[in-house]
Design a protein around this ligand. Structure first.
Ligand code: FE2
Ligand code: FE2
Length: 278
């Protein structure tokens, strides 16, 4: 199901409020009752040092972008309180809180869909259409680019071959992982969310495939960290050509997209699916 544009939802919400205001005036009410839009409501949005990174990633608009910039792991290592994550990443807690607060005051962020409130089927469609499509398109492109860069620079930069091996393993693991989600787990979650009832599954509780998916996410996260270590945080050497720089930029983008993808599954989709089953 295609995702409805945020602007359209906001326009509908504004129209609903206008109609309520007219009704209120007709009935003699002083002010129309306040209704909240899924795009405006952000529950429990207090930013504190003791909240976990995962809680903040779910509650604060664009927190994931802030965490990405600060080098804080929010998808697989999100159980840590913010203050502990900042200490690990060597960042002052006040700076992190300030950056998170600024992300909430940016009006451009207020129209981002709140996936905690959107229909679960829409979230599944969003993950497949945006993030699975991205992996399927980008992984082969980057593998071809790595082969080219290893061919030219591999002699002077032997670490590139390690990057090639790590990325190739990651791409293979992701291909199987996406297939399991698209063919087994996601159709089941969508059927549950539709309210039409689920027949017996081959995996028992939805908890079982989710546990496997989360273990595979952890493995992918480890490979991404290993690639960062090998490349010294994707530092581009002085003798790099344009393809070399393009490759490293592409790998950083791939990492960011996979973090966002895993965040939506680990922190929002999976907990909601488990809660729905209970
Ligand atoms: Fe996925
Ligand atoms: Fe996944």
């Amino acid at each position: 199901m295609p995702q409805r544009p945020a602007q359209l939802m906001l326009a509908e919400h504004q129209e609903a409020r206008r109609i309520l205001a007219e009704l209120g005036a007709l009935l003699g009410a002083a002010t129309p009752p306040e209704i909240s839009s899924p795009l405006e409501r952000r529950p429990n949005m207090a930013i504190t040092a003791t909240k976990t990174v995962r809680e903040l990633a779910v509650e604060v608009p664009n927190a994931t972008r802030v965490f990405e910039k600060l080098g804080i792991d929010y998808c697989c290592g999100g159980d840590q309180p913010l203050e502990q994550a900042c200490a690990t990443a060597n960042i002052a807690i006040d700076d992190a809180v300030r950056a998170l607060e600024q992300s909430t005051s940016n009006p451009a962020n207020s129209v981002a869909p709140d996936w905690n409130l959107a229909p679960l089927g829409d979230l599944v469609d969003h993950i497949v259409e945006k993030h699975h499509t991205y992996v399927k398109t980008e992984a082969p492109r980057l593998q071809a680019l790595i082969a080219k860069v290893v061919g030219v620079h591999g002699k002077n930069h032997p670490e590139l071959e390690q990057v090639q091996i790590a990325f190739s393993a990651l791409a293979n693991e992701l291909a199987g992982h996406l297939m399991k989600e698209e063919q087994i787990l996601f159709p089941y979650v969508k059927q549950m969310a539709s309210g039409s009832g689920c027949g017996p599954s081959c995996f028992g509780s939805v908890h079982n495939p989710i546990r496997v998916m989360m273990m595979e996410h952890d493995d992918a996260g480890k490979t991404l960290r290993e690639m960062r270590r090998i490349t010294s945080d994707y530092s581009i050497p002085a003798d790099a050509c344009i393809s070399y720089a393009t490759l490293f930029r592409g790998l950083v983008e791939f990492e960011q997209d996979l973090h966002q993808h895993i965040h939506l599954e680990n922190n929002i989709l999976f907990p909601r699916a488990v809660a729905m089953e209970q």
